[in-house]
Design a protein. Structure first.
Length: 559
């Protein structure tokens, strides 16, 4: 297999846009919410993040070449790799920002983020040694349906909204991508459609700049024009910034156990979710035709996150969702290596902001949207036909999680009622000391007919919920009632421990896990979901009993 093929340009454009968005998110949230200085962000955090990205990208490219040599194939695609978006958001809002709010010290908040990142990497590394047995006993429908649910909400919908938000920049690139990838039409000079789409989108944005000077264009046209001022401002951050070793800082922070132990309620579930997510992505790659060994793939994933923390980054890296999409693009291994090199070069020379100012995100949105579409399609195509209903069942928790994320963001921007007041007004009153009325046992607040409480319940631990419900459904389809019962027992256990469904809300919109042995925050509305745990347990008992009764019953007898 060649080091680089033409279609690697398409793969690079998609992966680069995705990683660039995460880097900009780090800068925006770090400066806007956590008080981080430009020096800390551009000279410490981004270089450390980039080195961890480079490490993973180069390894997975090498791994792809190794698999190609072993199998004698030239169509092997490397596992995509980059910044872990869910961990980024969670660590900012539930580790870094709370520490900044408590101390008023951005450096203290950064140090707590380093520990969170390190802890996540250690959990991922250890998980690599137990993941393969889990993968062998889990139906493929359970592993792929979770990815499909995430692809629908957090990938496809996100970038579809960006496309329709700035259609004059993004619609023509969308058409180019769909023609090139769905219709398999070769573009002039054999140029990859994704690469052409990014060029066209970027050129369109910049052509609007002189048009604005020539004529007084209405707002619906000028909104999409490139921002010359942003380019000028970004030049101030152009400088050489080598990675900074932060091992001593981490050791010093570890000594203050009373400060970081409370954050384990965030770090542990996110580490576990990352292990499960990586496992699902490896299964997705195998379903697309590239069978990678689970242990080394996940071990390097954890090592890269540990390296990120040691070099000053608070944000874990991970094997990305979307391997079948990049494979369908025609990307092989070169796209991964190129992405690592370019991201590292931009971060070390302070060019991240400049590139973001020149290339609009909407120009590459169509590629990432298409990857989300392929992931969703694979969940149905790569599983047995009879397991399609199980795949569908597994979609609901992830879609609910996306809906909950949108809802909480909308409430936060709009102001007015807090999330506590929406879910349980009585709980807020009790917290304020106006009355001793206890919070309701089961809040039923509705927004446009949807139960807010239900969305929040399904959002907590949704990766586990997706996998368990889909796995149990697949087992029932195969009449493996004992296995379905075991999956329900795991659901009951995880719910009882607070890994799934249980939650607490405090200080307005702070939405957090509520583990079994953790005391709720002062003034929080807490819901432990014990009724859901009992429900899962009843399901487990029923599946076991019905299996004993129906073991001699022919298939179809109950229809």
């Amino acid at each position: 297999m060649r080091v680089f093929v033409k279609r690697d340009l398409d793969g690079f454009c998609g992966l680069f846009v995705d990683n660039l968005v995460q880097l900009l998110l780090i800068v925006g949230l770090g400066a806007g919410l956590c008080g981080m200085s430009s020096d800390l962000l551009f000279r410490v955090i981004l270089p450390g993040t980039a080195i961890s990205i480079l490490l993973g990208n180069v390894f997975y490219a090498w791994q792809a070449h190794r698999l190609a040599k072993k199998t004698g194939r030239d169509d092997v695609t490397a596992l995509p790799f980059g910044i872990n978006t869910p961990s980024l958001i969670v660590f900012v809002f539930f580790v870094i920002k709370p520490e900044f709010d408590r101390t008023g010290d951005a450096m203290a908040a950064w140090r707590m983020g380093l520990l969170a990142c390190l802890g996540s990497g250690v959990i991922e590394f250890v998980g690599a040694f137990v993941a393969e047995p889990i993968r062998r006993v889990t139906p493929r429908a359970a592993l792929l349906s979770t990815l499909a649910g995430i692809a629908i909400g957090f990938i496809s919908m996100t970038f579809a909204l960006q496309i329709f938000n700035k259609p004059l920049i993004a619609m023509l690139p969308l058409a180019i991508v769909l023609v090139g990838l769905f219709s398999r039409v070769s573009l002039p000079l054999g140029l990859p459609s994704g690469f052409v789409a990014v060029l066209v989108g970027t050129a369109t944005a910049w052509l609007m700049v002189p048009l604005m000077k020539i004529a007084a264009l209405p707002d619906w046209v000028t909104y999409g024009a490139a921002n010359v001022a942003a380019v000028t401002d970004s030049l101030a951050h152009v400088h050489w910034s080598p990675p900074v070793w932060c091992g001593e800082t981490i050791l010093d922070t570890l000594k203050a156990m009373d400060k970081w132990v409370p954050f384990l309620s965030v770090v542990i579930p996110m580490g576990l979710f990352n292990v499960v997510g990586s496992l699902q992505n490896i299964e997705s790659a195998e379903a697309a035709g590239d069978k990678y060994s689970t242990m080394p793939s996940m071990a390097v994933n954890g090592i890269a996150t540990i390296v990120a923390a040691l070099l000053g980054s608070c944000f874990p890296t991970t094997i990305y969702i979307g391997h079948p999409g990049w494979k369908a693009l025609g990307a092989r291994a070169g796209y991964s290596t190129l992405n690592g090199l370019v991201i590292t070069g931009l971060a070390l020379f302070g060019l991240v902001g400049l590139v973001a100012a020149v290339v609009p995100i909407e120009a590459g949105a169509a590629i990432v949207l298409w990857i989300g579409i392929i992931i969703t399609a694979q969940a149905f195509q790569a599983t047995p036909n009879e397991h399609a209903p199980a795949v569908a069942v597994g979609l609901f928790p992830a879609i609910a999680a996306w809906g909950a994320t949108v809802m909480m963001g909308a409430f936060g921007i709009a102001g007015g009622q807090t999330l506590q007041q929406v879910v349980s007004p009585a709980a807020v009153v009790a917290a304020e000391g106006e009355t001793a009325t206890p919070p309701p046992a089961k809040p039923k607040a509705e927004v446009n007919g949807f139960l807010v409480h239900g969305l929040l319940l399904m959002e907590r631990g949704y990766i586990f919920t997706c996998m368990i419900l889909a796995a149990a459904s697949a087992c029932l389809i195969d009449r493996k009632f004992g296995a379905a019962s075991v999956w329900m027992l795991f659901a009951a256990l995880f719910t009882g421990l607070g890994v799934m469904h249980a939650y607490q809300i405090y200080t307005g919109f702070a939405f957090d896990y509520l583990f079994r042995f953790v005391t709720p925050a002062e003034g929080a509305f807490a819901y432990r979901a014990d009724d859901i745990a009992i429900g899962y347990l009843l399901c487990a008992i029923f599946f076991f009993l019905i299996g004993r009764w129906a073991k001699d019953q022919p298939v179809g007898a109950g229809h």
